[in-house]
Design a binder for this molecule. Sequence first.
Ligand code: GLP
Length: 249
Amino acid sequence: MKKDLGNIKIYIMDDYEQMSVQASAIVAEQINGKPDSVIGFATGSTPVGMYKELIKLNKAGKLSFSGIIAFNLDEYFPIKKSNAQSYDYFMKDNLFNHVNIDKSKLNIPDGEATDAQAECIAYEGKIKASGGIDLQILGMGNNGHIGFNEPADAFTNMTNCITLDKSTIEANARFFQSVNEVPIKALTMGIKTIMLARKIVLLVNGEKKAKILKDSLLGNITPKVPASALQLHQNVVAVVDKEAGKYLG
Ligand code: GLP
């Protein structure tokens, strides 16, 4: 089912697999239409199926990543790239090592940086120098965060170093040996960085995100629900499964 809110198009797909196929088609269309696209990538369990589909398209010769520039949304701080829970490791493991991407064009905030603030400024500068993001892929946290922009009193601006919410640390502890190993900070593109992307594809699955998805797309625009900022973007495609989309009508 497809719904059109004007600036936000919503695909409500039967299941996670269909969601992943639909989202991969949107990313492939972008890259095939503009082979030197600047693509913003996301981590989390949600986009893993889409990355599998993109790998299939690449192996079938239907999609080439050779011309793209990649910028990841976020990274824990501090964290070693060799840590299997780093987003650097995640992206290589789930996508970059399996496609014909130019390794010199991969950008992920540096969790090993000595000066977080300087790293954020440099990262934002690299995005700008690349000409800006053509297509930003987003997942969404249980609390409505995008990237690692947590609910707050104001929307964040550019790439910054944030303190993770207790709920996010608990949600992400499933990937670590224990909750104590989850870094308490992260480097993340800010809401403004995300909003400057020319197109956004938002992926959300599962019933536990149904309410926050409805609040994000149909509720008040408020920094308490960071993803609600997307209502102010001109070109968003939300691809969700029917469990997550159950309150979208
Ligand atoms: C992390 C990431 C987000 C992601 C979120 C949801 O906190 N920083 O970019 O969207 O998790 O993760 P999941 O897809 O596993 O629910």
